[in-house]
Design a protein around this ligand. Structure first.
Ligand SMILES: [Zn+2]
Length: 245
């Protein structure tokens, strides 16, 4: 019994070393530049049916470069989505690789961070990058990136965001403002703006001076973003997008 407990503790310890430091969405570089687009034409097609995964089934492939502990973290990230929505994940088959799109989870190089395409974009391999030994290697960031592939944008890119947040560009690092571009066509499915969406940046993301880059309409700093779970409105959006509510 005691040795079982020791073994469990040891494996948790090993996992936490392997997963790297746990960081909160308040850390300034989390999720900056984490979206990829094929070209401007595909960008406008993200809201269309053809950018959805048929029947909400996402075939995926995990690079063999990941260690088994890292693989377990990735699988946990996928479970965060499948346990609360109608999205299912299945390992890509040879025929997917020839005739359908699948998400290929790549073990990124140093400082590559994490990033994903938005929606289902093209035939064959669609890369989702996870840098090991970084904040990316936690279930929450893995879920965030996979939610981009499923079709979600960042919450603070919603067309109605100016009714809920004020962006303080004076506190922002140079060159990062494009991360706050509004997506005029992104669908909100009747949900209320959600500061606690897993797709919301932390209030100090991209800060150059430790001060917030986003505050609420009353110009107060409030908690924004989290990595623990899909919020209720994240779930509603996915269920609406995939017509399974
Ligand atoms: Zn993102």
């Amino acid at each position: 019994m005691a040795s079982n407990i020791a073994l469990v503790l040891l494996s948790i310890f090993a996992l936490s070393i392997n997963a790297g430091p746990i960081e909160s969405p308040q850390d300034s570089n989390i999720f900056l530049n984490d979206m990829r687009f094929v070209d401007s034409e595909d960008r406008s097609a993200i809201e269309s049916e053809r950018a959805r995964w048929t029947n909400g089934i996402v075939p995926y492939y995990i690079s063999t470069s990941f260690t088994s502990q890292e693989r377990a973290v990735l699988e946990k990230g996928l479970q965060m989505i499948s346990s609360s929505t109608c999205i299912t994940f299945r390992p890509a088959t040879t025929s997917d690789q020839q005739s359908y799109t699948y998400v290929s989870i790549v073990r990124g190089s140093k400082n590559s961070g994490c990033y994903s395409y938005v929606g289902r974009v093209k035939r064959g391999k669609q890369e989702l990058n996870i840098e090991p030994d970084s904040y990316c290697m936690q279930p929450g960031p893995v879920a965030h990136e996979m939610l981009h592939a499923i079709g979600l944008h960042h919450e603070m890119s919603r067309p109605d965001r100016d009714d809920y947040i004020v962006i303080l560009e004076e506190n922002m690092q140079s060159g990062v403002i494009s991360n706050w571009k509004k997506e005029p066509n992104s669908l909100t499915y009747g949900t209320k703006y959600d500061y606690m969406s897993i797709m919301h940046y932390g209030s100090r993301a991209g800060s150059k001076n430790g001060k917030p880059v986003m505050v609420n309409k009353e110009r107060k700093e409030v908690r924004m973003g989290q990595l623990e779970k899909l919020s209720d409105s994240d779930i509603v959006k996915i269920k609406s997008m995939y017509k399974c509510n």
